[in-house]
Design a protein around this ligand. Sequence first.
Ligand code: IMP
Ligand code: MG
Length: 176
Amino acid sequence: MDSTHRLVPLFTSQQIASRISELAAEIKRDYHDRCPLMLGVLKGSFVFLADLVRQLDFPVELDFIRVASYGAGQETSGRVKLLSEPVAAVEGRHVLLVEDIVDSGITTDFINGWLKAKGTASVKLCALLDKPSRRRREVGVDYRGFVVPDRFVVGYGLDMDEKYRNLPGISVLNGE
Ligand code: IMP
Ligand code: MG
């Protein structure tokens, strides 16, 4: 890996797995009879979504939405671009948005607006990580894995310049 960065472990894959079982129980309680459309926000949520859905033992459907807000840096550009819409029709569906992390909230706010304009029956948010100290838009996180401090984290799907997504746990990235 890049020798100029130091990775400080924050959550192990075991800690993440056990938290996901708890989230799955909450989601089951609310959605077991509603066949939600689970909408993963690419690319960061792909690992989380894969682990989460395998803990759900009731009917769900899956799709993806792809957006970009970050350039190569660690700060949001403040602008969100829709790179690819879901293939599934979202009209009338109970949509559960699945995010890796909510930071400023700008991405989530944009997707919420897009979904509501499409006439969804409901939209809720499941985020593995929440960095509330950085919020610039009011965003309600309905199912939250962990609250994280105002540090840049990588691993378990989260990247820095497309690196580190493959790490099994989550670490804080230190140094430049
Ligand atoms: P927001 O629009 O500022 O809430 O940022 C949302 C997106 O920024 C997330 O889906 C991530 O892809 C990325 N992001 C925010 N914070 C981090 C971080 O600490 N590590 C890696 N990616 C992050
Ligand atoms: Mg990213």
